[in-house]
Design a protein around this ligand. Structure first.
Ligand code: G3P
Ligand code: MG
Length: 256
């Protein structure tokens, strides 16, 4: 198992909501607030290029209205040549007009050049879960092949983590959990162990003294998303968890 080299404070989607999420501009803004680790959402274009986007469709965070009216809005159904032409900044504010969707390669260059750490959340287009895990892990291993610290791969999708494990077993993994729902803690911990995850990354409301103790007893690092209130951050730190993912890069100062 890797040692745990990652910082405790992680900027969600680059800079939370202060810049267009999952763009290089957001990473630059997050870094300007002192953040050294970033979370981002990565999926594949139809021709296999890993790029950053949260939603399954292009509607919320790009100018896809400029595509033909009958064009498919599912991002992963388009080749990179089409996706690379879209404006992923104007939806946020005019100052970011023209900001492109970034490839994982571009983000890797930025992180490597600045000694930043990265959490790649594998966010597959529906129906491509395992394949996306395999391909994103392959690209991550190649892009960070000379790095001292690899990116942390995470996903809500168990097949995506299975693909990442099969493809690049040495890259660290984290299992994302939104709600216990039909699975007990014991079942989630079993999944995390089977997937050889180093971390469990929860909706922060799931962490309490009992769940922290159980996950720590399993040997996992404990992280939380998306922590935007000081009282929640203080509670999670007091519980002894290892990292928080936040939108509030302007409120929480990693060096303090
Ligand atoms: O990776 C943590 C967090 O980003 C998961 O939720 O929907 O913001 O990707 P979401
Ligand atoms: Mg995410």
């Amino acid at each position: 198992m890797h040692d745990w080299p990652y910082p405790s404070w992680i900027a969600h989607r680059g800079a939370g909501t202060l810049a267009p999420e999952n763009t290089l501009a957001a990473f630059r803004l997050g870094a300007s607030y002192g953040y050294a680790m970033f979370e981002c959402d990565v999926k594949l274009s139809s021709d296999g290029v890993p790029f950053l986007l949260h939603d399954d469709t292009l509607v919320r965070t790009t100018d896809c209205a400029t595509l033909p009216a009958d064009a498919d809005r599912v991002a992963g159904h388009h080749p990179w040549q089409v996706l690379s032409q879209l404006d992923a900044g104007s939806w946020h504010s005019p100052v970011y007009a023209g900001e492109p969707l970034p490839t994982l390669q571009a983000i890797a260059h930025f992180c490597r050049a600045n000694a930043h750490f990265l959490n790649i959340e594998i966010k597959p287009t529906i129906g491509t879960e395992r394949h996306t895990g395999e391909v994103v892990a392959q690209h991550a291993a190649q892009l960070w092949r000379h790095a001292a610290v690899p990116p942390l791969l995470s996903s809500f999708e168990i097949p995506a983590l299975e693909g990442a494990l099969a493809s690049q077993p040495d890259l660290p993994r984290g299992l994302l959990i939104h709600a216990l729902e039909d699975q007990s803690w014991a079942q989630w911990l079993h999944h995390a162990a089977r997937l050889r995850c180093q971390a469990i990354i929860c909706n922060y409301e799931l962490w309490d003294a009992e769940s922290v103790a159980r996950a720590k007893a399993g040997g996992f690092r404990l992280m939380s998303y998306t922590v935007n209130e000081a009282s929640d951050a203080q509670r999670l730190i007091a519980l002894g968890t290892d990292g928080v993912i936040t939108d509030r890069v302007d409120q929480f100062h990693p060096q303090s």
